[in-house]
Design a protein. Structure first.
Length: 602
């Protein structure tokens, strides 16, 4: 092997690592937040957790990414440590898929169909298709598919380049001598762990080992301990993600390490004891790519089967290593009331975005709760209710600060077109939800002032306000559900609902002016009523914004308020029918409201 062969090998290694990066990144983007939702909805069934962990890792081709996500979930309170253990075990199984794909490069046959299965045969075609998708298609998902295809082709090209460059090493004595040293199980484990820790990918380090096997000088006696070490080395990424995280997140990364260390120790003890007695002949045979994939898969399957029944023991062991302190319980209670964004997800933007959306849905629930208590307090004031509204409003403010700051950081990452639209939708919706909670606090101040000054509305004004309050309460309820479920059908019914709120506000103000002229109401109560109705009307405006945000997300050609401008509001239109239905539902007592009169006066 000369200098130029060395350069070729380095170039092949660079292509291999970059191809794996492209492949993993493309798969993460294409999967979007669906995988995160699958993991988040996980039950306590550990076998199901293992299967999900294996499936997710097989899809995104990275056990490190899966375990880092799990550490993030545990840290943010989405997932319990007991749930995380099963996924971590499954991730180790899922990552073995890569080694089987890479083993296809070793197919040697003159048969046309077998040659066709060889990745180096179809990789150029995939590369061409991928380049066409990236350069000529505008659809975000298709461009992500193009990135996946190109990444796979580069990965296989790098693998083949490394293999070809290393073949001349088979006749170099010092090279074969080095790998004879690694036949020592302890040294082999250390080398495998160190290599994987440096490149932070067990799939990549196994691929490099498979490429080295092209020399024909590496035996299974060398391969087995190195593979065990590679499983230990991949824990470094999760351990790094646990730095600065909560204690439970640290425990999740420790469980990952314990799983692989205990598995390697048990496997080595049993395997080498049997080898001493039975003298396995295959240990002195030259290893090939398929054999390495088999050892890699076998170790992870056996380790999972061995340790899955003792998952509770692993959890207890992690607690023994990372001991609880006095502050931990307080931190857990704080996280229940306020969940902060986890920056570990920023490296996988689609997952980070789904996390932000999940917390925004929680923020919507808090906003709705604050407003419902406010409506109750307007009609019958209670000091405790006012304090609860203030607490919820402060909590919503903190959610807005955290989510907005998190989304600003996320906006600088490489987002797909769909994720960019979703980010904008969430960012705008966070602002609308926060403003609704602000108006709820304003209304609570109105109720407090009325209580302190012993003011009250007339019976007619109270009945009108009760109906108006119910209408606003219903539009808030509908808007929150539209936002949480992304229900575009229901979203289109909110604008006529908002128009109904506007008409009711103007009619209530008109009726108050008549009572004021007749001396049946005071100017002070008029100011209070004006504050209440103005806050109600603005809340309805923000509900309309929430609906438009959802429509914008699902309709590419919908621009800001374009839906409102395009509505045909003529008699008999869908908008008019909904408007009439809402007006009938929230009809004020006395003279029936005439829309034309109210709109003309407005």
């Amino acid at each position: 092997m000369d200098f130029f062969d060395l350069l070729t090998m380095i170039g092949g290694l660079a292509l291999f690592l970059y191809g794996m990066h492209l492949l993993s990144e493309g798969l993460e983007k294409l999967s979007g937040g669906r995988l995160e939702r699958i993991l988040e909805s996980l039950t306590n069934n550990r076998l199901k957790a293992v299967l999900l962990g294996a499936g997710v890792t097989a899809v995104i081709q990275s056990s490190s990414a899966t375990t880092v996500m799990v550490v993030g979930f545990v840290n943010s309170g989405i997932m319990k440590l007991s749930q995380a253990i099963g996924i971590i075990m499954g991730a180790n199984i899922g990552t073995t898929i890569t080694s089987w794909l890479l083993s296809l490069t070793g197919i040697e046959s003159s048969n046309f169909f077998l040659q066709l299965v060889k990745p180096t045969s179809f990789s150029p075609v995939l590369a061409l298709i991928g380049v066409v998708f990236i350069l000529f298609l505008k659809n975000g998902k298709k461009r992500d598919i193009g990135g996946i295809l190109v990444g796979f082709a580069i990965l296989m090209t790098g693998m083949e380049t490394m293999s070809q460059a290393m073949k001349p090493l088979s006749g170099v004595p010092w090279f074969t001598g080095i790998f004879t040293l690694f036949s020592n199980p302890i040294l082999g484990v250390l080398v495998g762990a160190l290599l994987t820790a440096v490149i932070q990918s067990s799939s990549a380090s196994v691929g490099i080992l498979q490429a080295l096997c092209a020399t024909g000088s590496i035996r299974y006696a060398t391969v087995v301990p190195i593979i065990l070490g590679q499983n230990i080395g991949t824990c470094v990424t999760a351990l790094m993600s646990g730095v600065g995280a909560g204690r439970n997140a640290k425990r999740a990364s420790i469980v990952h390490l314990l799983f692989n260390v205990i598995g390697a120790a048990v496997f080595m003890t049993v395997f080498y004891t049997l080898n001493a007695v039975l003298r396995f002949t295959f240990m002195q045979e030259a290893a090939d790519s398929a054999g390495i994939a088999l050892v890699h898969t076998g170790f992870n399957l056996l380790t999972t089967a061995l340790l899955l029944p003792f998952a509770n023991g692993l959890e207890k062991l992690s607690f023994a290593i990372i001991k609880p302190d006095e502050e931990e319980q307080k931190q857990l209670e704080e996280k229940e009331s306020f969940a902060r964004m986890d920056e570990r997800f920023l490296d996988t933007p689609s997952f980070a975005l789904e996390q932000a959306y999940s917390y925004t849905r929680r923020m919507a629930d808090l906003t709705r709760e604050a407003f419902n208590i406010t409506v109750q307090n307007l009609l019958e004031y209670e000091k405790e209710n006012a304090a609860e509204v203030e607490r919820l409003e402060n909590l919503v403010d903190r959610f807005e600060d955290e989510i907005s700051g998190y989304l600003v950081k996320l906006s600088g990452r490489n987002l797909s077109e769909g994720d960019s639209r979703r980010l904008g939708m969430i960012l705008h919706s966070v602002g609308d939800l926060e403003r609704i909670s602000d108006h709820a606090m304003n209304l609570t101040d109105c109720a407090k002032e009325m209580k302190q000054k012993s003011w009250s509305f007339s019976d007619k004004a109270t009945e009108e306000l009760r109906i108006f309050s119910q209408a606003v309460k219903d539009i808030v309820e509908l808007s929150v559900e539209v936002f949480k479920e992304e229900d575009t059908g229901a979203a289109k019914s909110i604008e006529p609902f908002e128009e109904t709120i506007d008409i009711l506000q103007k009619e209530i103000k008109r009726r108050h002016m008549k009572r004021l002229r007749k001396g049946k109401c005071t100017a002070e109560m008029g100011f209070v009523l004006s504050d209440i109705t103005n806050n109600y009307e603005r809340i309805a405006d923000h509900c309309s914004n929430l609906a438009i945000n959802i429509l914008q997300l699902n309709e590419d050609d919908t621009h800001a308020h374009a839906y409102i401008d395009s509505l045909w509001r003529g008699e008999g239109s869908e908008f008019d029918l909904l408007l009439q239905r809402y007006l009938k539902r929230y009809e004020l007592p006395g003279k029936k409201v005439k829309i034309e009169e109210v709109q003309t006066e407005g």
